[in-house]
Design a protein around this ligand. Sequence first.
Ligand code: TYM
Length: 337
Amino acid sequence: MEQANETVQKKNLFSAIQPSGSITLGNYVGALRNFVLLHEQYNCLFCVADLHALTLRQDPAALRRNSASLIALYLACGLDPEKNIIYCQSHVPEHTELAWILNCFTYMGELSRMTQFKDKSQKHADNINAGLFTYPVLMAADILLYQTHVVPVGADQKQHLEICRDIAGRFNGIYGDVFTIPEGYISKTTARIMSLTDPTRKMSKSDAEDSYVAILDAPDVIRRKFKRAVTDSDAEIRYDPENKPGVSNLLSILSAVKGTTPQEEAQALAGQGYGALKEATAQAVIDTLSPIQARYQELIKDKEYINRVLQEGAEKAHAIAFRTLRKVYKKIGLYQV
Ligand code: TYM
């Protein structure tokens, strides 16, 4: 009886990752690791945001491969499809249906203030498509469909979460309490893992390969990338992101995968050179990723299992999403039969 009560009171958690290219250590430390830490406490939905990935040109075969690979990675990290809903965004049509409605409650002005839109437009000047502009509206639909309380993300998604809250608040202001207003879960020291080759920039899968560690990188590749990581010219191991971004980034990564704090790691390595910091970070990352990689290699071979997880996930997600969408349609006056 007690257990049933607990289930009823659990809050809802939603998050997603785009299946575009390699999933990085930034994705893992900034988001995926938190999914695993939180997944017992909440009713969770973990989504593969394949529709969001279309805002940049994708090779169709690679997109299909990357979507299955991301599902295998979710499972390999320890997310349990029996307890969580794990699915693909494009398998649940309510996402795009709600996105259209929310488009009509979102202003051009607020979308044009999004820094990710500005960055991506600059990077892909030949393909500034409307999807790139309305990207945050689809993301708001993802979150709001499931009456989400908590959204674990990295710092780069903070502005998108704010606009989601604004859209939900605006809608509720007109029609009553239709949507739960979500809160971000952004962990302080790992919200922004930086590039290994330029620690003033965010680690990103769209940059050069040496600038990021991919979750599926082999141990020798991980070691080599950390060995070449940019630090600074003094020799003190100290956590000070503003003045020592490279060293602090390594301390953030090291402490995140060990479950300690950057300050504790700095203290443990005090008096040693940067070589020791790089080696310790590489080793801790390899120790964390190796079992995940081994499970991943097993899972990715089992397409039948992956498809079953996706099918069941989509059915469960659809059942919740359908209820919210019906409510929205009714509130705004769409004729229902
Ligand atoms: P995406 O695929 O770019 O990144 C997935 C998650 O990883 C986080 N992240 C990082 N965290 C710390 N340091 C980094 N260097 C780093 N790089 C990436 C991101 O903040 C994100 O949490 N729009 C989203 C996907 C999405 C979504 C959603 C997320 C679609 N719908 C609804 C939450 C809720 C995105 O592009 O993430």
